[in-house]
Design a protein around this ligand. Structure first.
Ligand SMILES: [Zn+2]
Length: 276
């Protein structure tokens, strides 16, 4: 069983905080006894700690692996349709024994984590794929897909995380911000402490304190949500495809939305302004 949530969305955010944190290359070799079994699906190669069945007493771990792969294949198809992201190289997924995962990665997390992306999709093993884990897998798939489709380009975190959050919300059929996210953004707007996009342009929010990071994720999601609301989901897909082609987020935004990014940002802030 995955750990309980500390606060709504904590798993996903814990995963998010780690995006681009380098995971030791040898991590894959460190199962409970250094052995991983391998299975694959059309677009993913999954390695699972072979000791999960014996040491953790987790029943149905084969089922768990299959469900993780099925969830990821679903994410792949949806990312292809909605975002135009369809990496041609296999994406590696590593499922750890929960105790091994906690021992190896707990120092990196500010919250209990179900998974994160660091060159490979890393998953804490469990008995079943919960709705939280489904969200995490859809979110991390976006990072993996960007990593492969615009490889070598460091995307601004508001773009990478905003799209991952938007896509994650869609995994469970939610079409907009959660109530907690909306409250976070509107409170910050009322108090004049929304971040500017340029402040959110670092490669990761991982170095922010928890409060700032929560706002950074919510605001990035809100910005993408605003663009989809006003200009439609098809434009988001066109923008992402232009970024994949040109590797230039700002120029692609200008072409797609026929407006400077700074103007889009201004309109977004007006939308969230008190009484706006
Ligand atoms: Zn993320």
């Amino acid at each position: 069983m995955p750990p309980s949530r500390g606060w709504p969305g904590s798993w996903a955010v814990a995963g998010l905080l780690l995006i681009l944190v380098a995971v030791p290359a040898q991590a894959i070799d460190r199962g409970a006894d250094g052995e991983f079994s391998k299975r694959d699906s059309s677009h993913f190669v999954l390695f699972q700690d072979v000791d999960i069945d014996q040491t953790s007493g987790l029943r149905g771990s084969r089922r768990f692996e299959q469900d993780v792969l099925e969830t990821l294949e679903g994410a792949y198809q949806r990312a292809d349709r909605q975002l135009g992201l369809r990496p041609q190289r296999d994406i590696t997924v590593i499922v750890y024994d929960p105790a091994v995962f906690d021992a190896q990665f707990s120092g990196l997390f500010k919250f209990p984590a179900a998974g994160f992306y660091g060159g490979q999709i890393q998953v804490r093993g469990g008995e079943r794929v919960s709705s939280s884990l489904i969200q995490v897998l859809h979110h991390e798939h976006v990072h993996a897909a960007f990593d492969l489709d615009v490889s070598g380009l460091t995307l601004p975190a508001w773009f990478n995380e905003g799209i991952a959050e938007w896509f994650e919300a869609g995994a469970l059929g939610r079409s907009t911000l959660s109530r907690a996210e909306a409250r976070r953004v509107s409170e910050a707007a009322a108090e004049g402490r929304l971040f500017s996009l340029s402040e959110l342009s670092k490669p990761t929010f991982g170095r922010m304190g928890p409060g700032s990071a929560r706002l950074a994720y919510a605001e990035s999601h809100a910005f993408i949500d605003y663009l989809v609301d006003v200009h439609g989901a098809q434009k988001l897909r066109e923008w992402i495809q232009a970024v994949v082609r040109t590797r230039d987020v700002e120029r692609s935004a200008r072409r797609t939305y026929r407006a400077e990014l700074s103007i889009l940002e201004e309109r977004f802030r007006e939308r969230w302004a008190p009484g706006g």
